[in-house]
Design a protein around this ligand. Structure first.
Ligand code: ZN
Length: 181
């Protein structure tokens, strides 16, 4: 429930209004959320409304830029059987990158967008990316002592044999642990 900062009334209603904007010469419209106080008739934005409005603007601009929507990006990550944390290891972008992309808090770069599309459409490229990330992902699950016991040969074998793509499950901790034994 929202409270009016001006008159402290709790008789506040949420509303939305279509707003027309222009981005790079292209018009787009979004539903902007706001609040109205029924006591003093003040209109204002709550923090969640500001966040939601900003996300809508970001999504509209991404569409104009030809970038994947937050939803499409999430669908690709899921189709690759990656958690958000593992996706940021495989594709970069920094810790929490994918949770920010998928909440529309941050727009992915053109390069990230292209890489995701490539990995999604070309299994060979995705397999290579996973291979390059294997040690980093492994460190989520195996202690540093166990990792130091892995020879380069073992890591290579694991990369090629444990990742059949697409895999039905994402139980990657188990194959890794088996390999140590
Ligand atoms: Zn008020």
């Amino acid at each position: 429930m929202s409270v009016c900062n001006k008159c402290n009334s709790i008789d506040v209603v949420h509303a939305s209004e279509v707003e027309l904007n222009t981005y790079k010469g292209t018009e787009y419209s979004i539903n902007i959320d706001y609040s109205t106080c029924n006591s003093c008739y003040r209109e204002f934005l709550t923090k969640p409304q500001i966040i939601a409005n900003e996300a809508k603007v970001r999504e509209a601009r991404k569409e104009i830029d030809g970038l994947l929507s937050a939803e499409a990006l999430k669908a690709i990550r899921k189709s690759l059987n990656l958690s958000q944390a593992d996706a940021s290891i495989v594709f970069g972008g920094g810790q929490n990158a994918f949770s920010k992309y998928e909440r529309s808090e941050v727009t992915q770069s053109q390069a990230m967008d292209k890489l995701l599309r490539l990995a999604s459409s070309d299994r060979y490229i995705y397999r290579k990316l996973l291979g390059h990330s294997s040690l980093a992902i492994k460190s989520h699950f195996i202690s540093s002592v166990e990792i130091s016991n892995l020879s380069a040969h073992n890591v290579e074998n694991w990369t090629n044999s444990q990742f059949s793509i697409p895999s039905a499950t994402h139980e990657i901790s188990k194959p890794r642990l088996k390999l140590v034994a």
